[in-house]
Design a protein around this ligand. Structure first.
Ligand SMILES: C[S@@+](CC[C@H](N)C(=O)[O-])C[C@H]1O[C@@H](n2cnc3c(N)ncnc32)[C@H](O)[C@@H]1O
Length: 282
């Protein structure tokens, strides 16, 4: 089993990266180690993952993790969509990849909402893994995931970052997990530290069955009272073709229903023993 590459460890240790101009910057907006390890392990555990796609590169930390995990596999290729890699990020992301000796990536400097539909035209069902970490509005995230669903083959994975940080991303993921073609595969989550007031409310409410509250309260309010973990990064597995009917609409489930595991970080092997999202509810 490969370990986390030296380049990534050095970046986390120094907190510094450098760009094409030679200037040095503090790392920002990147996934953290736990999230990176989660992506790396998910990909390493599945040797069929060779073709990967990423929305949002910035300093290239997630790119380094993903590329390191597929490195050496037959047909390994990584596609990156980021319109601002040169204009705003001084090409730090791709500089990091080049320094790590990674030469199997393609950077497309276009906005994902415009580039993804073009990719679908040429590469529908061709990707094994898609990571979404671009513009974090509800509609951008939903669009990225909509096209990612078409770009992924059955058996591929969709990972989404910042689910707990941005309400728009959370809403998009809450909607997406209702797609019949997806199963929750794992997550990186943070335990919630509860105030004494919240614990009192929770204890008082525990006199009534939780499923009753679930039917009465909004998802958001239910989550604030009963969730033990906040998901930060989520991975879904595409388990079937997306064959929703033209009038499909379903918002029955949300991540709150998923009862995320007690482990902060669930690798696919750990999550394999967990019930699926739909089984959780039965
Ligand atoms: C949070 S950062 C990505 C961090 C990176 N995934 C990592 O962990 O190292 C978000 C990135 O999305 C890019 N971005 C912003 N709008 C975008 C769009 N419409 N399409 C694609 N990428 C976009 C930004 O330039 C930025 O690099």
């Amino acid at each position: 089993m490969l370990s986390i590459p030296l380049e990534i460890r050095q970046i986390y240790e120094t907190g510094l990266v450098s760009g094409k101009s030679g200037r040095t910057y503090e790392v920002r907006d990147a996934i953290d180690r736990e999230e990176g390890d989660f992506l790396f392990n998910l990909i390493r555990h599945d040797p069929t993952i060779c073709r990967t796609l990423e929305v949002g590169c910035a300093h290239g930390i997630s790119s380094l993790y993903i590329c390191s995990a597929i490195r050496g596999r037959d047909g390994a290729s990584h596609t990156i969509l980021d319109p601002f890699q040169h204009s705003e990020w001084d090409a730090v992301g791709i500089t990091n990849l080049q320094k790590a000796g990674i030469d199997f990536f393609t950077l497309i400097e276009r906005k994902s909402e415009l580039a993804l539909p073009l990719l679908v035209d040429r590469m529908e069902g061709a990707f094994d893994f898609v990571f979404v970490d671009g513009r974090h509005t509800f509609d951008h995230t939903l669009l990225d995931c909509f096209y990612a669903t078409r770009l992924l083959r059955v058996g591929g994975y969709l990972a989404i970052d910042d689910v707990g940080t941005f309400q728009g991303v959370r809403r998009a993921v809450d909607f997406l997990i209702n797609y019949p073609c997806y199963q929750l595969n794992g997550s990186v989550s943070t335990p919630i530290r509860r105030s004494w007031r919240n614990r009192v409310v929770r204890t008082a409410m525990a006199t009534v069955n939780r499923s009753t509250w679930a039917g009465i309260l909004s998802d958001r309010f239910y989550g604030r009272i009963f969730d033990d973990l906040v998901p930060r990064m989520v991975a879904l597995k595409k388990v079937a073709e997306d064959r929703r009917n033209w009038d499909w609409h379903d918002e029955t489930l949300s991540l709150t229903d998923a009862k995320l595991g007690q482990h902060d970080c669930q690798t696919p092997s750990q999550s394999a023993n967990r019930p699926t999202l739909s089984e959780d509810l039965t």
